[in-house]
Write a protein that binds this ligand. Structure first.
Ligand code: ADP
Length: 355
């Protein structure tokens, strides 16, 4: 019957969510060639929904290389498909879990596309951030007879190890406080109540305008800051009066390319060094969590401090690793895959036998 199907579906979702606890999942997404680019020369191939293959690594190694992920999305995957595998994770925020979703990859590999969408936003193009909030609104509406939810967002940028509020136009540097009583760890950043996706789009548009952008040799509008949309959820059970709190960080990381590639000097070089340092601090935190080490080095960067409450323990973490298909990008693609390998609890790089 229909009812049994719903139960079955719920159990499946529940199991997936339980799987995610304390673990990091890694999803890989390959960007399509862009209009105007010569196509058909992709250096990577999504051989199945969990395997990415580099048929010919050239100077980076002999013979084809395969990498396994929890999920691989090829260049034709839609925003909706990418989101549907993220949904159970997001829903658990309403049950009081902390969740962290990152977009990692070199500049131009599609991080912003996954998290936000294309420059000209369409309904189909809406990225994970909007869809996630949309889901939270929808489910809180469905549960409104038993639980009263309040949803708030913050939008923060980390640039050169300084934390800034993206929802105000004046430059300000904020402090991170972990273990605050209300779970808000950047207490002086705007915390805006939201009730609809339209409001979120409005806020994020403002935030993106305020985000630091400059120019490098690789991409003249590349972002060299980490931006983070944080969602705070508070739910009150209308019968018992008990409350729960969940938090979700949606992070569009700065480009992972190495400084020497972008021919950076002066300020650009300093930015690149800050980025490299904070991304490796993130890698260190995640890999020490994956190895269940007793000391987790959260305090080595502002980024890991910001995310501390949502990494490890009962929190659920998902990393989207972005891959560019171009031959020029192969060196960066390989170092991106090495990063993924370092933070993954699944065995990556172990070539699968061909089936
Ligand atoms: P990043 O944030 O990693 O620097 P972007 O998200 O800005 O990269 O992507 C670079 C360009 O590629 C943008 O023009 C974006 O719209 C386009 N793009 C990225 N991923 C996709 C995709 N999956 N499908 C279509 N276009 C994409």
């Amino acid at each position: 019957s229909g009812y049994r199907k719903v139960l079955e579906e719920n159990r499946k979702l529940y199991n997936q969510v339980q799987d995610l606890k304390g673990n990091i999942r890694v999803y890989c997404r390959v960007r399509p060639f862009l209009p105007g680019q010569p196509s058909g020369l992709s250096v990577v191939e999504a051989t199945d929904d969990q395997t990415l293959t580099i048929p010919n690594p050239g100077k980076y190694g002999k013979g084809k290389k395969s990498f396994n992920f929890n999920k691989v999305f090829g260049p034709s995957a839609s925003q909706e498909q990418v989101f549907s595998d993220t949904q159970p994770l997001i829903r658990s925020v309403l049950d009081g879990y902390n969740v962290c979703i990152f977009a990692y990859g070199q500049t131009g590999s599609g991080k912003t596309y996954t998290m936000t969408g294309p420059k000209e936003l369409t309904t189909e193009g809406l990225g994970v951030n909007y869809r996630a909030l949309g889901d939270l609104f929808q489910i809180s509406e469905q549960r409104k007879d038993s639980i009263c939810y309040e949803i708030y967002v913050q939008m923060i940028e980390i640039y050169n190890e300084q934390v800034r509020d993206l929802l105000v136009t004046d430059v300000n540097t904020l402090e991170i406080r972990n273990n605050s009583s209300n779970g808000v760890n950047v207490p002086n950043a705007n915390l805006v109540p939201v009730t609809s996706t339209t409001e979120v789009i409005h806020l994020m548009t403002l935030g993106h305008k305020n985000r630091t952008v400059g120019s490098t040799a690789m991409n003249d509008r590349s972002s060299r800051s980490h931006s983070c949309l944080t969602v705070h959820v508070q739910g009150r059970d209308l019968t018992s009066g008990s409350t729960l709190r969940g938090c979700m960080h949606l992070v569009d990381l700065a480009g992972s390319e190495r400084a020497d590639k972008s021919e950076a000097i002066g300020d650009r070089l300093k930015e690149a060094q800050h980025i490299n340092r904070s991304l490796s601090a993130l890698g260190d935190v995640i890999s020490s969590l994956a190895q269940k080490q007793s000391h987790v080095p959260y305090r080595n960067s502002k980024l890991t401090q910001l995310l501390q409450d949502s990494l490890g323990g009962q929190a659920k973490t998902l990393m989207f690793v972005h891959i560019s298909p171009e031959p020029d990008a192969l060196g960066e693609t390989i170092s991106t895959l090495k990063f993924a390998e370092r933070v993954s609890t699944i065995e990556l790089g172990a070539a699968r036998t061909n089936k």
